[in-house]
Design a binder for this molecule. Structure first.
Ligand code: ADP
Ligand code: MG
Length: 243
C-alpha cells in the first residue's frame, strides 16, 4: 500500500506539488492523470524519494520513506519510465539482471526468473541477449517491465510506461500489462495522460492540475461529472478513448 500525507514540493518559485494526500490500497491500481507539468512525476518520484519532499510523509507498506529507508523501499518497488531507461551498454538480460546479480543471485536462478517473466511479458527468449539498440520500442518497454518485476516488487510505479510507443504496439502492451498486474496482485501507481490506458489498467484515477489532485474516483464517475473546467476539457479531448 502507498500513502502520502501532505506531501509538497517546490522548485524555487515553481510549486510542483501542493500538499497532497493519496492512498493506493494493497493490490489496487491507481492512475494519475493530467497534462504535462501538472506534477504527476514529482508525486510518483516522491514515493521512491527520488524527489525529496519539502513537507509531508510518504509510506510504502507501512514503512515511512526517509533517507534511512529509501534504498530498502526502492528495492521492494519496481519503477518503469517512458522509453524504458535501459542501460545501452548492457543486454536485455544484463539490464534485467543488474539488481539480482548485485544481490548475489546465481546464473541459474536469474535465468529461471527471466524465463518466467519473459513468458509473462510475452517477450521472445532470444531478445534477452540483445542490446537495447537492437530491440523495438515495445520490446524495450517489455524488458524495462522485466527489470522492474524481477525482484517480485510489492509496489509498481509506472511513469508513462507506454508513452513513447506507436498506438498498435501500445494497445498490445496495455492489454498484456493489465493481465500481468491482475495476475501478480501488485499495488500500482501509474502516471499517464492517456484515458484509454487508465480505462484498461486502473481501478481508480486521480486527475492532477497545477500541482494538485483536483478530482479522484472511478474514471466513469469523473467522465460523467467532471469537477472542474480543466477536468471537463481533459476528458472531452479524449472522449473517443473511453469505453
Ligand atoms: P508532469 O510529470 O505532470 O509532467 P512534473 O512533476 O515533471 O510534471 O513537473 C511539475 C512541475 O515542476 C513543472 O512545472 C516542472 O517544470 C517542475 N519541475 C519538475 N522537476 C523539476 C526540477 N528538477 N527542477 C525544476 N523544476 C522542476
Ligand atoms: Mg512526468
Amino acid at each position: 500500500m502507498i500513502q502520502l500525507h501532505g506531501v509538497a514540493k517546490r522548485y524555487g518559485p515553481t510549486v510542483a506539488l501542493h500538499p497532497t494526500d493519496l492512498a493506493v490500497g494493497r493490490g489496487d491500481v491507481l492512475a494519475l492523470l493530467g497534462t504535462s507539468g501538472s506534477g504527476k512525476s514529482t508525486l510518483l518520484r516522491a514515493v521512491l524519494r527520488l524527489v525529496v519532499p519539502d513537507a509531508g510523509m510518504v509510506a510504502v507498506d507501512g514503512v515511512e520513506v526517509t533517507d534511512a529507508t529509501a534504498l530498502e523501499v526502492r528495492r521492494r518497488a519496481g519503477y518503469v519510465i517512458q522509453g524504458g531507461g535501459l542501460f545501452p551498454h548492457l543486454t536485455a538480460r544484463g539490464n534485467a539482471g543488474l539488481l539480482p546479480r548485485h544481490l548475489g543471485w546465481s546464473d541459474a536462478r536469474l535465468d529461471a526468473r527471466l524465463a518466467e517473466l519473459a513468458e509473462l511479458a510475452r517477450l521472445a527468449p532470444d531478445t534477452l541477449g540483445r542490446f537495447p539498440a537492437e530491440l523495438s520500442g515495445g520490446q524495450r518497454q517489455r524488458v524495462a517491465l522485466l527489470r522492474a518485476l524481477v525482484l517480485s516488487p510489492d509496489v509498481l510505479l509506472l511513469d508513462e510506461p507506454l508513452g513513447a510507443l506507436d498506438p498498435v504496439t501500445r494497445d498490445g502492451l496495455q492489454r498484456d500489462l493489465a493481465g500481468i498486474v491482475a495476475d501478480l496482485g501488485t499495488t500500482v501507481l501509474l502516471v499517464t495522460h492517456d484515458l484509454r490506458e487508465a480505462a484498461v489498467l486502473a481501478d481508480r484515477v486521480a486527475v492532477m492540475d497545477g500541482g494538485r489532485i483536483v478530482q479522484r474516483g472511478r474514471l466513469e464517475e469523473i467522465a460523467d461529472a467532471p469537477a472542474t473546467p480543466f477536468v471537463e476539457a481533459f476528458v472531452e479531448a479524449q472522449r473517443y478513448a473511453l469505453p
